[in-house]
Design a protein. Structure first.
Length: 119
């Protein structure tokens, strides 16, 4: 099982970015997907998560600015980030709680994508 994150980059304050995370491999079902971030010197923190049924959860710091979504048919998750602030600068990681085709549970992580918000 692999998670491939993409879409990071450099953006000015107030700008937008869209992150994608595609899961591949012997996947039977994805229970929950989430985005985490880690800034230098800080612990990794949850940004947003979404269940297979579409229930979402957001960190207070991103509510109203970020939107998480997923395409179950493509095993892909997205994070639309608007009104970006310098404090959003971090490496963003995608995560998935999933079950494989041989019914094993996996807590899988992607490789991370850098988001830098700076003028």
């Amino acid at each position: 099982v692999q998670l491939q994150a993409s879409g990071g980059g450099l953006v000015q304050p107030g700008g937008s970015l869209r992150l994608s995370c595609a899961a591949s491999g012997s996947i039977f079902s994805i229970i929950r997907m989430g985005w985490y971030r880690q800034a230098p010197g800080n612990q990794r923190e949850l940004v947003a998560s979404i269940t297979s049924g579409g229930s979402t959860n957001y960190a207070d710091s991103v509510k109203g600015r970020f939107t998480i979504s997923r395409d179950n048919a493509k095993n892909t998750m997205y994070l639309q980030m608007n009104s970006l602030k310098p404090e959003d600068t971090a490496v963003y990681y995608c995560n998935a709680d999933l079950v494989t085709t041989i019914h094993e549970y996996y807590d899988s992580w992607g490789q991370g994508t850098q988001v830098t918000v700076s003028s």
